[in-house]
Ligand binder design. Structure first.
Ligand code: CO
Length: 459
């Protein structure tokens, strides 16, 4: 019996606990240890890391990746990619998606975990294909959600279709930490029977179910689990690496981890955590257990957004109504998984429906675009009256939305001119135009300064 571990401290734990604000300099000293600990992979890039590097940390995300790779030659580096949306929320044309994946692999990524918020596999197809072309491991991720139309059959179909695309592994992505141990056991059992590729399980500790669910997932045959080194684990982050490694080894699983190295990694990150608490970046409350998501069946992050939205309008007294309206909006939209950007869209619409006193009196542009089919195919049937209200006599998009987009690389290259030093720069600009331009400008200013300085020295 064997189970392997993906360490998330550099990406998901960093994102979930400290808003992805951990600079490279904070974790550089741990990379050698992380590389020798025996992990299946290090999740270290993609998700919000890219945006955060450019926006807050004055780091080139591509350079960060190259530096991590140089320090971790023996362990596969893993990234999270939102399919056709790459690292953002809109659909990009195929030429952009292909170059992004190719450059990610060239710069050091060994495993690309690819998902679509609606589990519409047309939206992950191109990214999977390009990952395979570039010789990296393609991991197809299924967004786990609970609804009257989501059942084992759906998930099995998705996993089989992903296997048909050629993915090397299938990942169950429980972004809200709402998958219970029985659900984890049943789902992994079903997927193990349905597909031959290894099964990876990703969850969060938010509701406290994480440890139990990973234990049951492993009992059902999960091949890889995602965990975070203990001082960056718990709450909205992943369950702790050392605890699971210890418990599973005790029960007879070969975990392949060097426990002394894990201990050193944890010792390394403790002061990083303490610094984040001191600066206010890490609120210790997010590391605690929060079971509201189990009652309302909506992710913890979405719940706090709803509270914030209502407080801002001095309408916190309407929270109960909004919480009752949220599942109705979700049903009207065909039960999309409540992951970004769907969680925001459903939440904002539920608030509007309650506060205006009339359902769908106002409809956000995002919801309209969703109903037009611009995000992909909703998992279930949408409310026909709502569809009629938005579309009128117009026809929805039924093809893959990216098929309607013009190629994007040439225009971005032209817009940047000499400002772009590389294809990587062009991709940064396409992904986050304002942040990338500001970053390029700072970089240029620094170069000028260094140049002037060295001329002075030479004199
Ligand atoms: Co996650």
């Amino acid at each position: 019996m064997k189970v392997q571990f993906t360490e998330t401290v550099l990406r998901d734990a960093n994102q979930s606990l400290v808003a992805t604000r951990m600079p490279f300099s904070d974790f550089a000293g741990a990379l050698g240890l992380l590389d020798k600990a025996g992990y299946y992979s290090l999740e270290c890039w993609g998700g919000a890391t890219f945006d955060s590097c450019l926006r807050y940390l004055d780091e080139d995300p591509w350079e960060r990746l190259r530096k991590i790779k140089a320090a971790c030659p023996n362990t596969k580096l893993q990234m999270l990619l939102r399919g056709q949306n790459l690292l953002g929320y809109k659909h990009y044309p195929d030429d952009v998606v292909r170059l992004f994946v190719k450059k990610s692999v060239e710069n050091g990524i060994g495993i690309v975990r690819i998902f679509d918020a609606l589990n519409d596999l047309r939206n992950i197809q191109v990214a999977v294909d390009e990952t395979l072309k570039n010789g990296a491991v393609a991991s197809g991720a299924i967004c786990f959600t609970i609804s009257p139309i989501h059942n084992l059959d759906n998930y099995v179909k998705l996993a089989r279709a992903m296997e048909g695309m050629g993915v090397h592994t299938v990942c169950i992505k429980d972004m809200a930490g709402i998958m219970g141990p029985q659900e984890a056991f049943d789902l992994v059992t079903a997927l193990k029977q349905a597909v031959r590729v290894p099964i990876v399980v990703h969850t969060h500790s938010t509701t406290g179910l994480g440890l139990l669910s990973l234990q049951k997932a492993v009992e059902a045959g999960a091949d890889v689990i995602d965990t975070a080194i203990s001082c960056f684990s718990g709450g909205t982050s992943q369950p702790p690496t050392e605890t699971l490694a210890y418990a599973l080894r005790q029960q007879g699983w070969e975990v392949g981890l060097d426990f002394a190295a894990l201990n050193e990694i944890n010792d390394f990150f403790k002061p990083v955590r303490d610094k984040a608490i001191k600066s206010g970046l890490l609120n210790p409350l997010v590391m605690a257990t929060e079971t509201d998501a189990l009652i309302y069946q909506i992710p913890g992050g979405m719940l706090s957004n709803l509270v914030a939205q209502l407080s801002a309008q001095n309408k916190l007294d309407r929270l109960e109504e909004v919480l009752a309206e949220t599942p109705r909006v979700r049903e009207d939209l065909g039960f999309p998984p409540l992951v970004t950007p769907m969680s925001q869209m459903v939440g904002v619409q539920a608030v509007a429906n309650v506060l205006t006193g009339e359902r769908y009196k106002t409809i956000s542009n995002e919801v309209k675009n969703y109903i037009r089919g611009e995000y992909g195919k909703p998992p279930g049937e949408m409310n026909p009256e709502l569809v009629k209200k938005v579309l009128g006599d117009a026809k929805p998009v039924t093809v893959r939305y990216a098929d309607l987009l013009e190629p994007g690389l040439a225009a971005a290259r032209a817009a940047l001119g000499k400002t772009a030093r590389s294809d990587e720069d062009v991709l940064s600009y396409i992904a986050f135009p304002d942040q990338a331009l500001a970053f390029f400008k700072r970089r240029e200013d620094k170069k000028k300064k260094t140049y002037t300085y060295s001329v002075e020295i030479a004199q």
